[in-house]
Design a protein around this ligand. Structure first.
Ligand code: NAD
Length: 259
């Protein structure tokens, strides 16, 4: 399917690996020029060069931490005039409800709520002026059903979701669509680190930990960054113009919900 976005330009945050890279690649495949970002330059440059050569798109790189103000300023500067924004950053650490103090919450809110809000605030006006734009925020299945050990993530991402619910309806009249994409378990470094933790805790191999986790997912496997990226690219397409303020769950059926 031609997504109708060839020649548009996108900022994809935290995109040297994992789900962010999946989104960047699917957009590149659709002919979208990119601003890619990660904290470290090395992998970022390798992936940017691969996307340039495989898809013939223009790719600019900005190595910085997206969750701090100085990093956001660099990204906003590089991304002026983008048509598409995909927000993403690493997730907060796990723990128990009684572990976290004010500073932990501030850090999580900064990374997973206030960072995407700052980027939207800076880049939405340019999209509204042009009468066309797409924003996809990578959040988590924890927005639909809490993951007890990820209280910081549950809290910060739900805050972002509330903000998007209202804001998406305020910018939709200008041809700008904001939606959230909610990953369940996907085959990335994040999943590997979760499985490594379970393997150490239970004294089983990483493969056994993965097989055990896969059994909790109706699809009986982890998602791939390619599937995730393809859904993101569709949400950025012309065809998705009537999808506003939605939370699209990609979890292989793991979250047991009727709606
Ligand atoms: P990942 O660890 O595989 O990739 C993270 C990418 O983000 C890397 O490119 C890294 O360089 C970049 N990054 C991390 N922190 C950054 C920062 N502060 N500034 C700039 N770049 C940064 O992670 P992933 O699995 O792709 O997950 C992406 C997001 O989705 C995370 O917030 C994660 O919590 C969430 N999530 C992932 C899963 C999953 O199963 N993978 C499930 C639910 C939610």
């Amino acid at each position: 399917m031609d997504l109708g976005i060839r020649g548009k330009r996108a900022l994809v945050c935290a995109s040297s690996k994992g789900l962010g890279l999946g989104c960047a690649e699917a957009l590149a495949e659709a002919g979208v020029d990119l601003v890619m970002n990660a904290r470290g330059a090395e992998v970022l440059e390798v992936e940017a060069a691969r996307l340039r050569s495989d898809y013939g798109v223009d790719v600019q790189t900005v190595a910085c931490d997206v969750t701090v103000t100085s990093g956001q300023e660099k990204l906003i500067d590089a991304a002026q005039g983008v048509d598409i924004l995909v927000t993403n950053a690493g997730g907060p650490p796990p723990g128990l409800w009684s572990d976290w103090d004010r500073e932990d919450f501030i850090k999580a809110l900064d990374a997973n709520m206030l960072t995407p809000i700052a980027l939207m605030k800076a880049l939405l006006p340019g999209m509204m002026d042009k009468g066309w734009g797409r924003v996809v925020n990578i959040t988590s299945q924890s927005v639909r059903a809490p993951i007890a050990a990820l209280g910081l993530s549950n809290a910060a991402r739900t805050g972002l979701t509330g903000y998007v619910a209202g804001t998406s309806r305020q910018v939709a009249p200008f041809g700008v669509n904001i939606n959230n994409l909610l990953p369940g378990i996907h085959d990335t470094d994040r999943a590997l680190s979760l499985d490594t933790g379970v393997s150490a805790q239970k004294g089983i191999t990483i493969d056994e930990a993965r097989a055990e986790r896969s059994q909790t997912i109706p699809a009986r496997r982890y998602g791939t960054r390619q599937e995730f990226g393809a859904t993101c690219a569709f949400l950025c397409s012309q065809q998705a113009g009537f999808i506003v303020g939605q939370n699209i769950l990609m979890d292989g059926g793991a979250t047991n919900l009727t709606m």
